[in-house]
Design a protein around this ligand. Structure first.
Ligand SMILES: Cc1cc2nc3c(=O)[nH]c(=O)nc-3n(C[C@H](O)[C@H](O)[C@H](O)COP(=O)(O)O)c2cc1C
Length: 341
């Protein structure tokens, strides 16, 4: 009996092997980031993505369009809106609500929602999770967000356009700023929808002209843009860490989610992440005082001459107690027994 470990067909695996065995480590790293990005860029296919990016992307207004539909009306309106946005040089992404990662809401700048109501004032199935998240207790503050809602419904129902109005109220309560007030549509939705599209595109196009924020930068309160680079890395917050290898596995592989909030950076397929590890300052100080060494002592390390404090902070594993450290402890030589990173 054979166990299939990969979801790929034999021919696909062969083609992949042929491609990957020629790759340099740098190219392989780039590709892994590329595939990761394709998975996590909601609602965009790679061709769409490439074709909608231009050299002036960093100057363009970013827009996310979400739709929640049951019979297709909201989706077709959202698609028209997306086409119009792209035609107006807005960096627009369109996504079905059930394919959208609600954690991204905190990073959105402009959000347009087109959603209908079904049942007795219920969201369409595909909008249930989004609706529950934004109207629920775990909803984040969204002060950075500009938004508008187009709510589809039918006046013959008791709860007219309730889902769209709930979402509008929830986003407003979270501190988001309306681009235009929510618009409700009865069964003959075309005219209201067209007017709403006109209005939101007009406002966003104006914003397009005023956007100064450049890529990889953040604007400080005094208006100065901070440029992040390998020499001035952005200190990102880890939102989630989940071990994805089984308990019996001796490999430890983790799924990490890292927030780019307030960095001015936008994740794109192909981007790679560098993690610059540093031992906790408090632990380093404790080691120095316990061993009776001075922080400014100069030491030779595998990375060159530096102070003992810098060496312990950046170049050695100091969280594992090894036999060598214990053996050297009485001679106060323990620092020399630390393993390099
Ligand atoms: C079974 C059913 C239940 C509905 N319930 C409501 C409702 O409670 N409130 C409302 O305003 N509209 C209600 N509607 C009307 C729809 O929201 C409306 O037809 C809308 O245009 C559908 O948009 P969609 O194709 O994007 O789902 C209901 C429609 C159906 C078929």
């Amino acid at each position: 009996m054979s166990i299939k470990l990969s979801p790929l067909e034999a021919t696909q695996l062969k083609a992949l092997e042929q491609l990957t065995h020629q790759l340099s480590p740098e190219q392989a790293l780039w590709l892994s980031g590329y595939f990761q990005g394709l998975n996590h860029s909601p609602g965009i296919k790679s061709e769409e993505y490439v074709s909608s990016k231009t050299a002036s992307d960093t100057q363009r207004t970013r827009l996310t369009i979400l739709y929640g539909t049951h019979t297709g009306h909201s989706e077709s309106i959202a698609k028209k809106l997306h086409e119009k946005a792209v035609a107006n040089n807005i960096d627009s992404t369109i996504t079905a609500m059930d394919e959208y990662n609600v954690r991204n809401l905190k990073d959105e700048k402009n959000l347009l929602v087109v959603v209908s109501t079904h049942g007795e004032g219920e969201p369409p199935l595909m909008a249930e999770d989004f609706h529950q998240f934004v109207t629920g207790k775990r909803a984040p503050k969204l002060k950075q967000l500009n938004y508008s809602v187009l709510a589809l419904g039918d006046k013959s129902y008791k709860y007219f356009c309730k889902t769209g109005l709930d979402i509008d109220h929830a986003l407003s309560s979270a501190g988001a700023t309306p681009i235009t007030p929510a618009v409700t549509c009865d069964v003959d939705y075309q005219s209201n929808a067209a007017q709403w599209i006109e209005k939101v595109i007009e406002v966003l196009s104006k914003q397009n002209l005023q956007t100064h924020v450049t890529e990889n930068s953040e604007v400080t309160t005094d208006g100065q843009a901070i440029e992040y680079s390998p020499a001035n890395p952005f200190r990102a917050k880890v939102l989630d860490k989940v071990r994805i290898t089984g308990r019996e596995s001796d490999k430890e592989v983790y799924h990490l989610e890292i927030s780019l909030e307030n960095s001015g950076m936008v994740y794109e397929p192909g981007d790679a992440l560098g993690i610059i590890a540093q031992n906790p300052e408090k632990l380093v100080k404790e080691i120095l005082s316990t061993l009776g060494h001075s922080a400014s002592e100069t030491v030779d390390t595998h990375a060159g001459k530096t102070t003992l404090e810098e060496a312990l902070k950046h170049h050695y594993e100091v969280t594992i107690l090894t036999r060598d450290i214990l053996k050297n402890m009485p001679q106060k030589q323990a620092a020399k027994s630390l393993k390099p990173f």
